[in-house]
Ligand binder design. Structure first.
Ligand SMILES: NC(=O)c1ccc[n+]([C@@H]2O[C@H](COP(=O)([O-])OP(=O)(O)OC[C@H]3O[C@@H](n4cnc5c(N)ncnc54)[C@H](OP(=O)(O)O)[C@@H]3O)[C@@H](O)[C@H]2O)c1
Length: 418
């Protein structure tokens, strides 16, 4: 087995730097091509030329041979098994590893991080979180001494594309079909539109930023399937834009990690991120706010983040982020809310709703009313309220006979940095 001293010196060895490649699909094949294109330049500043020493797919290659030949393994198979087993075996053999596998890291991250710590190897995963946006590197290195308060992320390019199309007037179904035609959404888009893909990425980011292990099962997520075109129209009138936002933040001495659609005011740095892009905002008292954005996916773009990880392993070891105390996970958090109701157009409706909300500690910041015969629309944005209070208020409102359909609510992110 290779010791950390040897592993740390992988970049300083002699001869080509052998990269074993597990998986040769969309990202794996783009990575192999990019590595070949960039090998000469990497050798110029790193002293060693990276080469692919072996490729494993279902149809070709032997894992044992690839493992024994490689200085480093790149896992681009995806899913849990056999990716998990291969990574653990590589780590146990003292090999540094790079992976783009958010499913695996969000569900078995602790096992992998612990194994990497025990065997003193590096586990890099920039491409697993926000496409090409170098947020992992920034959190691990540039901000390693900064106490982070909050991370907001648009970490799923597919849903951001769909919401951008809806903001231009498309229905959800039209926007999804357009995303599929443009190659931004899979034939089965459920992982993306349900928010689960974003939740996996937020679990990884939260662990990194707050030093607290977070499993995908602990991230509450809500997708975009239920959103209606008129939510976006009303929101525009209220000066708001709609995004699928992942949040990891300190709340009441604990940590809240969640993903849900949220309205943003125009001054928020994520409000202007549209199309299949990703962006992450890191907030801390010391730095105020940093926003990074870039393409969210795509074979060549993702491959470029993977290659960045490979090159970073070839360089001397960077200090890991300082350990942070573990935080308890918090579920009931305060937020402002957009609430949309279809109601009978009769006197006293607004008063009854306002009173029901007020009795449960929810106060209203702005209201739009549209009368349409028997069916009127009541759209309001609340001040900060606990999610449990808002739910209780909505339950009460749901009992009024003037309500024509179930109220819809979407969180509103209030922070602005202008
Ligand atoms: N695509 C993106 O834009 C993107 C963006 C960010 C992160 N990622 C992540 O990157 C990883 C790879 O994604 P991808 O889109 O490149 O996937 P993909 O196109 O489906 O490729 C998967 C590759 O893994 C191989 N493979 C599957 N099961 C295997 C097994 N049991 N043993 C050995 N090889 C096996 C496949 O081999 P066969 O060819 O024999 O089937 C194929 O070469 C995933 O973790 C994904 O989440 C992808």
């Amino acid at each position: 087995m290779c010791s950390r001293a040897q592993a740390a010196g992988t970049g300083a060895g002699s001869g080509p730097f052998q990269v074993g490649l597990l998986g040769h699909g969309t990202v794996g094949s783009a990575f192999a091509q990019l590595l070949e294109e960039r090998a000469e330049e990497i050798e110029r500043f790193n002293g060693r030329r990276p080469v692919i020493s072996g490729v494993l797919t279902r149809a070709q290659g032997s894992f044992e041979e690839i493992l024994s030949d490689a200085d480093l393994l790149v896992e681009l198979i995806g899913g849990i098994e056999p990716a998990r087993e291969y990574l653990l075996r590589a780590i146990a053999a003292g090999k540094d590893v790079v992976s783009a596998n958010k499913q695996l890291l969000s569900q078995h991250g602790e096992e992998l991080f612990e194994a990497a710590r025990e065997h003193r190897v590096r586990l890099r995963f920039e491409a697993a979180v926000a496409g090409v946006v170098p947020v992992v590197r920034v959190l691990e290195e540039s901000l390693s001494a900064t106490p982070i308060e909050r991370i907001h992320g648009i970490v799923n390019g597919t849903t951001n594309f769909i919401l951008s199309e809806m903001a231009r007037g498309s229905t959800y179904a039209e926007a999804l079909a357009q995303a599929q035609r443009s190659g931004y959404a899979e034939a089965d888009p459920s992982d993306d539109v349900s928010g689960r893909d974003a939740a996996a990425k937020m679990a990884i980011l939260a662990r990194l930023a707050f030093g607290t292990p977070v499993h995908l099962n602990q991230v509450r997520y809500e997708g975009i399937e239920h959103l209606q075109g008129d939510d976006l129209q009303y929101a525009r009138e209220l000066g708001l834009g709609l995004k699928l936002i992942g949040t990891a933040e300190r709340r009441g001495g604990g940590l809240s990690v969640r993903v849900h659609p949220a309205f943003l005011y125009a001054g928020h740095p994520l409000a202007s991120v549209s199309g299949p892009y990703n962006a992450v905002t890191v907030e801390s008292e010391t730095i105020t706010e940093i926003t990074m954005s870039g393409p969210g996916a795509g074979g060549r773009q993702t491959a470029s983040a993977v290659l960045g990880d490979v090159v970073s392993v070839m360089l001397p070891v960077a200090a890991p982020r300082a350990p942070v105390s573990r935080l308890a996970l918090v579920e009931d958090v305060e937020s402002a809310f957009y609430v949309h109701m279809e109601v009978a157009d009769r006197p006293g409706v607004l008063g009854a709703v306002t009173q029901a909300l007020g009795e449960r500690g929810v106060s209203i910041k702005s209201v739009l009313q549209r009368g349409m015969g028997e069916n009127a629309r009541l759209v309001m944005v609340t001040h900060l309220a606990l999610e449990s209070s808002l739910n209780a208020a909505i339950e009460r409102v749901g009992q009024f006979d003037f309500l024509r359909s179930a109220p819809r609510m979407i969180r509103v992110i209030e922070e602005e940095f202008t």
